[in-house]
Design a protein around this ligand. Structure first.
Ligand SMILES: Cc1cc2nc3c(=O)[nH]c(=O)nc-3n(C[C@H](O)[C@H](O)[C@H](O)COP(=O)(O)OP(=O)(O)OC[C@H]3O[C@@H](n4cnc5c(N)ncnc54)[C@H](O)[C@@H]3O)c2cc1C
Ligand code: FES
Length: 277
């Protein structure tokens, strides 16, 4: 089904928010779920987290970091254009506890993906402490939206231009330790999620990681999104995307996500002389 683009906003360099008309998804989605979009008829299908929705505008919002060919095709579209197709909501909603002090951690575009989870934790009666990381001040996104739903929000920037000087895991270690939180959620680049899991092992914290492996069909048929969790093979698209961070084999996930790097570079450079995209 195609989806009309209602609004487009640049949040930071290479990070764009798109609001699209999607009444059926807007009514059904829950925090942690994702969609698969195909921006143009010749585009690949890519997974993106549902960040927000509006019942009045019958819309959902996604935040896209332009990293390769398909994400660049998506962010080149303008309000009034339509995504060629969009399916969802996909995946299992995030597990949300009640009445706890919870940790919400994110890095990069993961900050946008964390927002609905932080809101769901708050609405369920938890005390929400958010730790967010960005390359520098100019790359911080959705600060006001997070402040509105978190009891505490702390930023780390790699270059020290805002908040804590360092990465978000170093920030966590400077603020907390074993017993500080009962539950938590981490979302961001694989090395950051791995470091968060290592840092909190033995803290007595149930930490959920929202995984972002390569996905193809998003329906559990192709096996492209295989991840090993607690020694068992799971499919992130139908069993996840959220799993126990302390049980995930992040090294294997890193190797699998790198498998297509060369083809991705070629896709970015490729110019079809037949004009097929
Ligand atoms: C469940 C899920 C939710 C996601 N939510 C978001 C989101 O809300 N916003 C967002 O910007 N991105 C999100 N991603 C990542 C997004 O799907 C990838 O960035 C996108 O597929 C890259 O496509 P491309 O053709 O532009 O780049 P490609 O040319 O395919 O890849 C360019 C670079 O991106 C890396 N890459 C490719 N696929 C992924 C991937 N799945 N995850 C991480 N890096 C990847 C490659 O290693 C490569 O270095 C999500 C991924 C998953 C699985
Ligand atoms: S993406 Fe194909 S099985 Fe998950």
């Amino acid at each position: 089904m195609s989806a009309l683009i209602l609004d487009k906003r640049q949040l930071a360099p290479e990070i764009t928010l798109l609001e699209v008309e999607a009444p059926r998804i807007q009514k059904r989605w829950r925090a942690g779920q994702f969609i698969i979009i195909r921006p143009l008829a010749h585009s690949e299908r890519i997974p993106l987290t549902i960040v927000d929705s509006s019942a009045e505008r019958h819309s959902i919002t996604m935040v896209i970091q332009a990293v390769g060919k398909t994400t660049r095709e998506a962010v080149a579209l303008e309000p009034g254009d339509a995504l060629c197709d969009l399916v969802g909501p996909l995946g299992e909603p995030a597990e949300i506890c009640t009445g706890e002090r919870v940790l919400c951690m994110a890095g990069g575009v993961g900050v946008a993906e964390l927002l609905p989870v932080a809101r769901a934790y708050k609405e369920a009666g938890n005390t929400v402490v958010a730790l967010c990381g960005a390359r520098s001040d100019a790359y911080r996104i959705l600060d006001a939206e997070l402040r509105a739903c978190c009891d505490e929000l702390h930023w780390a920037t790699d270059d020290g231009t805002y908040g804590f000087h360092g990465n978000v895991v170093q920030l966590l270690l400077s603020l907390a330790g074993p017993g500080s939180f009962a539950e938590g959620h981490v979302i961001g680049p694989i090395p950051m999620m791995k470091a968060a899991a290592e840092a909190t092992r033995g803290w007595g914290l149930k930490l959920h990681a929202s995984l972002n492996p390569i996905m193809i069909d998003g329906t559990g048929m192709c096996g492209g999104c295989r991840v090993t969790v607690g020694g068992q093979v799971r499919f992130a698209c139908v069993d996840g995307p959220c799993f126990d961070a302390h049980e995930v084999d992040f090294d294997e996930m890193t190797r699998r996500n790198r498998a297509y790097r060369e083809m991705e570079q070629l896709a970015l450079r490729h110019e079809c002389r037949l004009g097929l995209g």
